[in-house]
Write a new protein. Structure first.
Ligand code: SF4
Ligand code: SF4
Length: 360
């Protein structure tokens, strides 16, 4: 049923094969009677990814955003169809919301973003996909531009095995680490996850708030200053968690006052955060750059690196310039408008450090 509806791969996990994992591996969270979980993956449209990476105006951002939203909705609809089929057969079943739905009962969930059920854990343990260094999951020759779906059910299903390491799409080129503006994940240190006796590894998360700031759209200028995401925010790179925290309050407040990006896609309202506030896609780079083929991924990296930097006009329209020119254009902006995208948030920190140094 899932393959007929467009799934690239389908896999099955059970209470036993998900045993010993982090809270996201608990398939009984959504359904206490759950015995098994079904995972699947459907592809994003790669034709729309390269124009997005190149920052082609006026439609590339909106085209890819629309595809991303539609594929997520499709994954959710297909999961609901399988859920309904299982229920009609007399079983219990729940479908998993594919994205942006977190366990709001966990203290500090806004920072740690714990999913109700981790579709990534389900996918890697059931052989739908395997972990890439970025922590995104992918499939050989397809890479990580996929959207995952899942269903939990009281039916006892036969589990499927993980993809063997020699068949992984990830060649550890680490280009995914170079496209993240605020270096959310490490290029050296690993995280280990054990699920039902299998060990999985991927890059250690340095601080998820770094992704909230960049992928959430508050800022977009890469640490190198050479290129940006589709976000017009231009805050300096935070060196540590303290600086990340200082920037969070400032950047999120300023972002709310900015005009919405003006193109033909209006974004989406995340399932969490009380269903309020619209998010417009500006990054996702670590996910969409990796196509499961060393040469194609390197081409994507080059496109993004040479794609320039975004600034935003007061009417919400985005403009793209080479990095130096973008800096000049930004300097010319009306100071009131400019304040929505940049502030020297490290000034107070520097001052405090100077005072401490002067103290006997
Ligand atoms: S870009 Fe893809 S292949 Fe390269 S390290 Fe990252 S996940 Fe692995
Ligand atoms: S989505 Fe963007 S900000 Fe988030 S980790 Fe990936 S590259 Fe970094």
């Amino acid at each position: 049923m899932l393959i007929e509806r467009g799934a690239l791969r389908v896999g099955f996990a059970t209470l036993e094969t998900m045993e010993g994992g982090p809270p996201g591996a608990d398939i009984t969270y959504l359904l206490p009677e759950a015995q098994s979980a079904i995972g699947f993956a459907i592809p994003l449209d790669k034709e729309l990814i390269r124009p997005y990476l190149r920052k082609e105006l006026p439609n590339a951002r909106a085209d890819h955003e629309k595809d991303n939203i539609e594929v997520n909705i499709r994954a959710w609809r297909i999961a609901k169809d399988v859920r309904d089929f299982l229920r009609a057969e007399g079983h219990k079943a729940m479908s998993v919301i594919p994205n942006n739905k977190y366990r709001e009962d966990v203290p500090g969930w806004q920072a740690s973003l714990p999913p109700e059920i981790s579709l990534r854990y389900l996918a890697v343990r059931s052989g739908v996909a395997s972990f890439g260094w970025s922590g995104n999951v992918g499939i050989k020759d397809i890479g990580t531009p996929i959207i995952l779906g899942g269903i939990v059910t009281s039916v006892k299903l036969e589990p499927t095995d993980p993809i063997p390491p020699e068949e992984s799409f990830c060649v550890k080129c680490k280009l995914c680490t170079r496209v993240c503006g605020f270096q959310m994940f490490s290029d050296k240190e690993e995280t280990v996850v054990i699920l039902g006796g299998y060990t999985f590894t991927y890059a250690k998360r340095i601080n998820k708030s770094r992704c909230l700031l960049v992928c959430g759209g508050s800022t977009g200028l890469h640490k190198s200053g050479q290129f940006s995401t589709w976000s017009p925010g231009r805050y300096d790179y935070p060196e540590d968690d303290y600086e990340v925290n200082r920037l969070m309050t400032l950047a999120l407040t300023s972002q709310k006052k900015r005009p919405k990006i003006r193109d033909h896609s209006k974004g989406y309202v995340p399932a969490s955060y009380g269903g309020t506030g619209t998010v417009q896609l500006t990054c996702g780079n670590c996910n969409i750059i990796c196509w499961g083929d060393r040469v194609e991924t390197a081409k994507n990296y080059k496109l993004l690196k040479n794609s320039g930097c975004v600034i935003q006009k007061e009417n919400g329209e985005l403009l793209v310039f080479p990095s130096e020119k973008a800096r000049e254009e930004f300097e010319k902006m009306d100071p009131k408008h400019k304040r929505l995208y940049y502030k020297d948030y490290k000034k107070k920190i520097r001052k405090r450090a100077e005072i401490t140094q002067l103290m006997p």
